[in-house]
Design a protein around this ligand. Structure first.
Ligand code: HEM
Ligand SMILES: CC(C)=CCC/C(C)=C/CC/C(C)=C/COP(=O)(O)OP(=O)(O)O
Length: 282
């Protein structure tokens, strides 16, 4: 069970699936429960495939980092080879095909989300530039658009889904840079140019703070586009929480303040997505 959760990064998968569900809820129009359920599950499976692919490709890196040393491909508990590659590709293809039964756009964005994480971020950018995560953040944006496309092809490009896609894009860098400060030595040892490694802890901490402020402000944008009071409470509470944690990190960069900022990013996103869904159900 533990192996399964870790191999497919299922906790992250559930967050991505919740993101897609929120995308479908804020999209204009209504559809049956089926298309929404199919696309939400397709995003979960596509994310699982991309997460397993990431570990398949990074077995060498994972062995050099304390946090990831115990992963199945890194320890050799699972053998790298054609069988696992086939399973991973089949999962991604199956997820994209399932989304295609709903609409071309739903399939396109599900595919692009997994492709951005698995290929653009993991293979092309992660080892090459500190901006890896800025581009990689588009993966979360695609989850929003995939969810919105479960309502109708045009719904994915309506103002509210686009606003939430933008919010996810802004969310990812301060989310990840907080954690990268905690594990800076790990990334340095593995030779990965994450921001705290190339720019130092203090500048990375200031970037987290600036990112959290931009995020908290952008989270207000949906209020101008029709979201109501329930969303306002979740977006403002989450924003205040994350900005406060990021401020403490910027003032006093340390592993403890960075860990608190990472946790605050997860609470902020959960509050924002849950509030968006509740607002639409109310
Ligand atoms: C390319 C962009 C991203 C990067 C590089 C990134 C990086 C990370 C890392 C390194 C962890 C540590 C978890 C582990 O040990 O596996 C993590 C945790 C987490 N991330 Fe992200 N993340 C990204 C995007 C996202 C997105 C878009 C979401 C959700 C919408 C998300 C949700 C989460 C959650 C829920 C956790 C906690 C999981 C746990 O406790 O195991 N992340 N992230
Ligand atoms: C629409 C759709 C299917 C979207 C899926 C996108 C997705 C799963 C994004 C998550 C990105 C992520 C968990 C990165 C982990 O970083 P890392 O792999 O560098 O972390 P590590 O050091 O723990 O391996």
């Amino acid at each position: 069970m533990r192996l399964f959760l870790d191999l497919f990064k299922l906790r992250i998968g559930f967050a991505i699936a919740l993101t897609a569900l929120a995308g479908s809820m804020v999209a204009p129009g209504t559809a049956g429960a089926w298309p929404v359920a199919i696309v939400t599950l397709a995003v979960l499976f596509a994310s699982a495939a991309a997460g397993a692919f990431n570990q398949y490709v990074e077995a060498d890196l994972d062995r050099r980092m304390a946090r990831t040393r115990g992963r199945a491909f890194a320890t050799g508990r699972l053998q790298r080879g054609p069988t696992w590659l086939a399973i991973i590709i089949a999962m991604a293809a199956g997820a994209t095909a399932a989304a295609a039964t709903v609409s071309f756009e739903a399939a396109l964005y599900t595919f692009l989300g997994a492709f951005t994480y698995a290929i653009v971020y993991t293979v092309w950018l992660k080892r090459a530039t500190w901006a890896n995560i800025v581009v990689g953040g588009l993966a979360g944006s695609f989850a929003v658009l995939a969810g919105a496309a479960s309502i109708s092809p045009e719904a994915a490009h309506a103002p509210l889904p686009l606003a939430f896609a933008f919010i996810l894009f802004l969310w990812t860098p301060p989310h990840f840079w907080s954690l990268a400060i905690v594990h800076r030595e790990d990334y340095a040892a593995a030779g990965i140019p994450m921001l705290p490694v190339v720019a130092g802890e203090a500048r990375a901490a200031r970037a987290v703070f600036a990112g959290a402020v931009a995020l908290a402000l952008s989270a207000l944008l949906p209020l101008a586009l029709g979201m109501g009071a329930i969303y306002a409470v979740g977006a403002i509470a989450g924003g205040v929480l994350f900005v406060r944690a990021a401020w403490r990190l910027a003032r006093e960069p340390s592993k403890a303040t960075a860990r608190a900022s990472f946790r605050a990013s997860l609470v902020q996103l959960s509050l924002l997505l849950a509030a968006a869904i509740a607002d639409r159900l109310a």
